[in-house]
Design a protein around this ligand. Sequence first.
Ligand SMILES: [Zn+2]
Ligand SMILES: [Zn+2]
Length: 446
Amino acid sequence: MAVRKAVSRRSVLKKAAAAVGGGAAAGLLGGDPTAAQAQAPAVLTGTQAGRRFRAFMCFQNPPNTSIQDARSSVETVTMRALHPDRIVVRTEAAQVCYTIVGQVVGNYTPPAILGHSAVGIVEAIGSRVRRVEVGDRVLLANTPQCGVCYNCLRGRSDRCMNTRIEPDVIGTLADGTEVIQQHDRGGFAELIVTPEQYAIPIFYDVPPVELSMLGCSGACGLGTTIGVAPVEVGADVVVLGCGPLGLAAVQGARIKGASQIIAVEPIAARRAVAQQLGATTVIDPNVDTDNVVARIRDLCRGPSARTWAGGRPAAQPGPDFVVEAVGGDIFPPKEVAGPDPTGVLSLQWAWQLCSSAGHVTTVAVSQRGTFSVPAGQWSNGSKNHHPGNFNGVSTLRDVQLFARLIEKGQFNARALGPDTFPLDRTKDALQVVADRTTVGAAIVFS
Ligand SMILES: [Zn+2]
Ligand SMILES: [Zn+2]
């Protein structure tokens, strides 16, 4: 496969030259904001001050606000001068994660642009930026990778500590109100101003919407199978939850050569997708809920109880790998709900299911409450627990490989986010994701 840049720098430079002759300066000087949006990509480092772009902004909300009632709107932001360590990206697509449905009803002062991952084209770079070049198509991942902090140097760049650069006010509204990006990346905006450690230049030919699925849940789900606890050939794998994260884990297990992949999911349409993507058995946790763990363990007995010949006692069945990708409900779903809205039951199940020397990987979020583990097992057992969002994914190294899996048809990213919405319908996108009437969605920009 020829490694190539997805977007030619020459075309960006050409557009820049055309726009320079087209009166784009009007926007910079406070004229028609539409003209400002059409202005040239800046191909040199230096100031970006005065550029205008549209962004989905969130303001202050009282507790218990609904998504539709949330105080948020698409506003025009005027950019400040570019920090030497930041880049400017023109957004092509941004994944709508389930976690964001809770953030949109949050309380923001100053107002914030949401969206914690995105795909786009680099239009300008600060004077100290080295990783990316103008014209690159980049994925802005949910986790940065600086390469030099304490965790990055210990193989856990997914827990990189260099997540922000001060000052993080990147622009202002028309009335002078300062604007931030909630995660120092505001994917729900025409332009993103972010530190370079979030950016991964992509050298494979993958459409932006598919690529955007790797920004958070896709890479996170694949990370459960290639990261800290890589799935082994011929293994039994259980995936609890078949949202975008779980569906990525199902595919990761298949790609790694698992022989049995058991997917547990209450929504029938999602179970069907899981089967199409590689699940060998699907289970509805709302059916015979009290015996779900026993049923799954029974499916993972292995071929023999002859312990002198590689077998295990009949009383100790269980999968080699368990991936917990359920999490707590932020809003009650319109689609069928699972057996536990707090998300705690699936954590309990994950521990109970796991074989005596197996691996439990937990990556979902928004759980509420606690669960218990037998103290003796916790102290002196042999189950391996691996928590954490990207679960050991080295973004700069692994996301490139994940993009290759998409390009080669080995990983179906579109299955994680089949619905797309324009920026003006961001609330609608968040609503269908909250309702779970879709597997996932992306905001797209033309
Ligand atoms: Zn996310
Ligand atoms: Zn780091």
